[in-house]
Design a protein around this ligand. Structure first.
Ligand code: MN
Ligand code: MN
Length: 356
């Protein structure tokens, strides 16, 4: 049915930020980010025809091979967000150090940190990918910011969100006033409010975890998943389904739309990586959205948003979604803190002591 009763992203942001303290520039910045997402959506949609698939034959700071689209998407974010006078620096998964604002543009009061293309290993097989972003206040007032400026806990975020490049392109964001979802109208080129006030039910019978890592999981997570798998005849007395898209944005979006729980827990696969996901541009924005939607986000032993990062590309365990389920897993951690990283050979009570 045709209607003129549509709320655009610009209208929505104006209304949400009007009386938000210290947020006068926030709508303009978020509209620049939204434009970057539209450009990425366009590049993603051309697929093989646009020559954007495949590897860029370069390695990023994480030691991962960059895809052509990782590099292109990062540049699109830089070009759309650096000129407006809103930012004191930008940082991303694809750049080792923060990107300073070029001298010919004014320096602003916010920081933008982002994952320009999340789930990029999915791109060659034409499965949904996304972009994730987080906005922080810059400590200085209009002065350039360095890496230390970004090392703020998730509670300090002013805004966070993601774009999902699926069958339709969506933008989902929060400025601390609930979570709202927009669908791109490709003919008008506008994001239109289609999913106001998204919420995550407190209970669920769907969980998402990469089960191939099960031998590396910490004991409380093993217990939780085993109880889910035991289904109706186990201690939970109900059957669970498993979902795993291997694209964080798509997994988050499913949970915001129909509920569930997601785990990328601490494991002992690689002692240098206590978690897989990056705190500043993956876990923090996701946790902010999840809490704003009534869910809960945890590392297993702490509220995720309270953790103070020590490096720009820090990794962190992430468990989020249905509030009662995350509370249950936190409870399992509290009940067996000693066994948190139990393995047959390397634990505190075994022959081979782990230095701590
Ligand atoms: Mn990612
Ligand atoms: Mn990425």
């Amino acid at each position: 049915m045709f209607t003129t009763e549509r709320t655009t992203l610009a209208q929505h942001l104006a209304a949400q930020c009007r009386d938000l303290p210290d947020a006068a520039d926030l709508p303009a910045l978020l509209l620049d980010v939204a434009l970057a997402c539209k450009y990425v959506a366009k590049a993603v949609a051309t697929g093989s025809l646009g020559g954007v698939l495949g590897s860029a034959d370069t390695i990023n700071v994480q030691g991962e091979t960059q895809k052509t689209l990782d590099v292109l998407s990062n540049d699109l974010f830089l070009r759309q967000a650096e000129w407006g006078g809103h930012l004191a620096a930008l940082a991303s998964e694809e750049m080792e150090d923060p990107h300073p604002i070029p001298a010919h543009y004014p320096c602003g009061r916010y920081l933008l940190v982002y994952d320009p293309l999340d789930g990029s290993s999915n791109i060659d097989v034409n499965v949904a990918v996304g972009s994730i972003f987080s906005v922080l206040r810059a400590p200085g007032d209009g002065t350039p910011a360095d890496e230390a400026a970004f090392l703020q806990p998730g509670t300090a975020q002013m805004a966070a969100g993601y774009a999902l490049y699926g069958p339709s392109t969506m933008l989902v964001l929060t400025v601390g006033r609930g979570v709202h979802g927009f669908t791109l109208d490709p003919l008008v080129g506008e994001f239109i409010l289609t999913h106001p006030a998204m919420t995550i039910p407190a209970d669920t019978c769907e969980f998402a975890i990469n089960a191939s890592n099960s031998r590396f999981w910490e004991a409380p997570v093993k217990r939780y998943v085993e109880e889910c798998l035991a289904g109706r005849s186990g201690p939970r007395a109900k059957d669970f389904n498993m979902r795993w898209i291997a694209s964080l944005v798509a997994d988050v979006h499913r949970i915001l739309v129909r509920g569930g729980i997601y785990l990328y827990p601490r494991d002992n696969k690689d002692p240098d990586k206590p978690g897989r996901l990056r705190q500043l541009y993956e876990a923090n924005p996701v946790a902010f959205l999840v809490e704003q939607a009534g869910g809960r986000a945890s590392t297993g032993t702490a509220r995720l948003l309270d953790v103070v990062p020590t490096t720009l590309h820090q990794r962190i365990p992430l468990i989020f979604g249905a509030r009662h389920e995350v509370e249950r897993i936190d409870g399992y951690h509290a009940a067996q803190p000693e066994a948190a990283l139990d393995t047959p050979l390397f634990n505190t009570r075994s022959l081979f002591r782990v230095a701590t």
